[in-house]
Write a protein that binds this ligand. Structure first.
Ligand SMILES: [Zn+2]
Length: 125
């Protein structure tokens, strides 16, 4: 590996640095992105299409996130590596990005993860 230049640009939304060579992705999934969503209080819709969610906590040490719904309920921590695993399966076509399928991978998280990954553009291959 060479030239590990990390340029941080706000706004342009460009994708730099492909990590997954076997599965080219057009989405913006990544830990940095989740932190950015938390910092900017970005809202997105859950998998059901009407519940609004956002990330309230992104812990660098444990690499886990908490989401909050519009009713003010904060979720359990969701580990990033677990999310990454699901993310990989979605792109590999092993699972479909719908709450039911996601729920089978991470129980009770189906609706949240589906919403998050859709927001990040993971349903567009
Ligand atoms: Zn993705």
């Amino acid at each position: 590996m060479k030239g590990k230049a990390q340029v941080k640009q706000e706004g342009s939304g460009g994708i730099d640095g492909q990590k997954e060579e076997s599965h080219p992705m057009n989405c913006s999934f990544g830990w940095e992105k989740l932190v950015e969503m938390k910092n900017n209080k970005i809202q997105f819709l859950a998998g059901d299409g009407y519940k609004r969610l956002r990330i309230v906590e992104a812990d660098e040490k444990t690499r886990s996130i908490h989401m909050i719904c519009e009713l003010g309920k904060i979720t359990w921590p969701l580990r990033f590596d677990k999310l990454q695993e699901v993310h990989h399966k979605v792109h590999a076509g092993v699972v479909t990005l719908i709450p039911y399928e996601m729920d089978r991978l991470i129980p009770t998280w189906g609706n949240f993860i589906t919403g998050l990954l859709r927001y990040l553009g993971c349903d567009k291959h």
